[in-house]
Design a protein around this ligand. Structure first.
Ligand code: PLP
Length: 410
């Protein structure tokens, strides 16, 4: 027998009585009638609860910032802007959205391995903190600054000399397009001084989607050690040391939620070390997925149910063109199912094993493969949970020309 617990893993924020799933207190069939399908629905109260939990767990002095690339929906950014201490952006488009959200420019940090001269000029003009990731970026920015007479506020992103085990995506250690190798950092700091730029901080982001508190804490401690060593040698006292984040959320059967309290305890210890070594410097933790990932669902309508050689397919109007990650094509090695439910039949018993496929003419377009679900009919709504981060904007929306998904903040 298929394990029922596996197939009905409805995340805590969405466990509720009733036949039709509620998001932010509203029935998803009502939401779908307003926006059309498919749609992403984000529950603002779940995001607020998550921010509150983070505030409770992280050291009081530390800043919590939001990585806009996880979900750049304008309404969501505007709502989040007063609740976090800053936004991390990685393109001109994200800079515009961050500024439109009402976030103060000096609280916006601009990362990214490739920054066009126009983007650097725009960030400089707006007074954003510019994360330098190479000598080339520094030189380009210095030339723009000379022309405009403005003093850039910069941070230096370091590619650490260690790697993080157990990260979904590794972005530090070994050769990397991101940041400056730790060995080259002293020369970069000298060059930043020579160019007359203001060093606001150091930045280390070692990886994403990590569920192990001990591994995260170890990476953060090593990042802090690296940063403090550099500051000691160079004599700089910047405003912040950004230790990244990479806090993961559980997607697949058997995955355990991150032990946030434990991460917080270790960070408190690091905060004391920092206070002793450099009292004017604060820690920054930047998170995307952990803040919004569990607060969002993707909702698609069943267009057809069909049987092929004994196997049942539910064909929906949603798929990989809106939710590449759930289809298993955004970096997964072995395809696994995100938690899914028939959101219009929550009280029905799971009775059949089905594959939920999207409308695209490619075998890659699968939302859930061989899952036990209640019997769904045409017009029922399939819900994919854990869809608040890296959904719509991380997907090939133009592929096959089906058009965009709606998004709603509830
Ligand atoms: C993508 C990214 C983040 C956010 O990562 P999450 O795993 O979503 O928290 C933070 N910082 C940088 C530099 C990034 O590139």
């Amino acid at each position: 027998m298929t394990n029922k617990a596996d197939t009905l893993r409805i995340p805590a924020g969405f466990q509720q009585p009733g036949t039709v799933l509620l998001v932010g207190g509203q029935r998803i069939d009502t939401l779908a009638a307003q926006t059309g399908t498919p749609l992403f629905a984000y529950d603002r109260n779940l995001i607020a609860e998550r921010v509150d939990r983070l505030r409770g767990a992280l050291p009081e002095r530390a800043h919590l910032t939001y990585a806009v690339k996880a979900n750049p929906m304008p309404e969501l950014l505007a709502w989040l802007a007063p609740r976090v201490d800053g936004f991390d952006v990685a393109s001109a488009g994200e800079i515009r959205r961050a500024l439109d959200s009402g976030m103060a420019p000096e609280r916006i940090s601009f990362a990214g391995p490739g920054k066009r001269p126009e983007e650097l000029a725009m960030a400089l003009q707006a007074g954003i903190t510019i994360g330098l990731e190479s000598r080339g970026q520094l030189d380009t920015l210095a030339a723009i600054a000379r022309e405009t007479g403005r003093t850039p506020r910069v941070s230096l992103r370091l590619n650490p000399d260690f790697q993080v085990k157990g990260s979904g995506m590794r972005m530090g250690g070994g050769p990397q397009p991101f940041g400056v190798d730790a060995e080259q950092a002293p020369a970069m700091l000298d060059a930043i001084d020579a160019a007359g730029m203001t060093l606001a901080g150091l930045h280390i982001f070692a990886g994403s989607q990590n569920l192990r508190a001990d591994v995260i804490a170890e990476a953060q401690q090593r990042s802090l050690d690296l940063a403090l060593g550099l500051l000691r040698e160079s004599g700089h006292v910047p405003e912040f040391i950004n230790l990244g984040g990479g806090f993961g959320i559980p997607y697949f059967p058997g995955e355990q939620a991150l032990d946030l309290a434990s991460v917080g305890e270790r960070l408190a210890d690091m905060d004391h070390q920092l206070e002793a070594a450099s009292p004017g410097t604060r820690l920054v933790i930047e998170l995307g997925r952990y803040i919004v990932g569990e607060a969002g669902v993707y909702i698609a309508r069943v267009l057809d149910r069909k049987t092929s050689r004994g196997h049942t397919y539910l064909i929906t109007d949603g798929g990989m063109h809106h939710h590449l990650a759930a289809s298993g094509n955004l970096g997964q090695v072995l395809r696994k199912n995100y938690p899914v439910a028939v959101g219009t039949r929550l009280q029905d018993e799971p009775v059949e094993t089905v594959t939920v496929s999207g409308p695209l003419c490619t075998p890659l377009d699968v939302l859930a493969d061989r899952v036990m679900l209640p019997r769904a009919e045409v017009d029922d709504l399939i819900v994919v949970f854990q869809s608040g981060a890296y959904g719509l904007t991380a997907s090939p929306t133009a592929f096959l020309g089906h058009g965009p998904a709606a998004e709603i903040l509830v």
